[in-house]
Write a protein that binds this ligand. Structure first.
Ligand SMILES: [Fe+2]
Length: 178
């Protein structure tokens, strides 16, 4: 089962006055579930990027410290957009680490890692999120929820761009993280 199929579960409870913009309740419920998982993934990458911004060391300190800052600031905006879209769709957004941990498959590293490894881990995470968003977009396209599709396509392009920014640090060397 693919990523989107696994997270497209229903059972989320609608709250408040529901939106009436031509998107069916069942669709809103499924899309809100998928967005909640993407939100959790993005939150872990946000925290990891901020961690690396704080703790990076080595000859490329200034470059990486600045790159990671730019990335975590932009990830914070992405997080906000995903959570607010879930709210627009009529559902509660997850907002705790307990919920995020349940929803996300993004791995956390608790040991001290080298600058090189930081780039490799972030590259792998951005690639994973790009793959996940691509799957969700394919499902959302079929629902007619163009607003969510537009948001996700923008975020997909941002993650793709960042895989390039990170990849470019390796020059001719291929990263070893699979
Ligand atoms: Fe800072």
């Amino acid at each position: 089962m693919g990523y989107a199929a696994k997270i497209k579960k229903t059972g989320k409870k609608a709250i408040g006055v529901q939106p009436d913009v031509g998107i069916k309740m069942k669709t809103r419920e499924e899309v809100a579930s998928m967005l909640s998982s993407l939100l959790a993934d993005t939150y872990f990458v946000y925290l990891k990027t901020q961690n690396y911004h704080w703790n990076v060391q080595g000859p490329r300190f200034v470059t990486l410290h600045k790159l990671f800052e730019e990335q975590y600031r932009e990830l914070a905006q992405a997080i906000d957009s995903l959570a607010e879209r879930v709210r627009f769709l009529g559902f509660r957004s997850p907002g705790s680490f307990i919920e995020f941990r349940k929803l996300s498959q993004i791995q956390e590293e608790v040991s001290i890692v080298t600058a090189e490894a930081m780039i490799e881990y972030l590259l792998a995470d951005h690639e994973t999120i790009a793959q996940n968003i691509r799957e969700v977009v394919a499902v959302v396209q079929e629902t007619g929820d163009s607003g969510t599709e537009d948001l996700l396509v923008q975020q997909l392009r941002w993650h793709e761009k960042n895989t390039w920014l990170l990849r470019s640090h390796f020059g001719e060397l291929a990263p070893v993280v699979q």
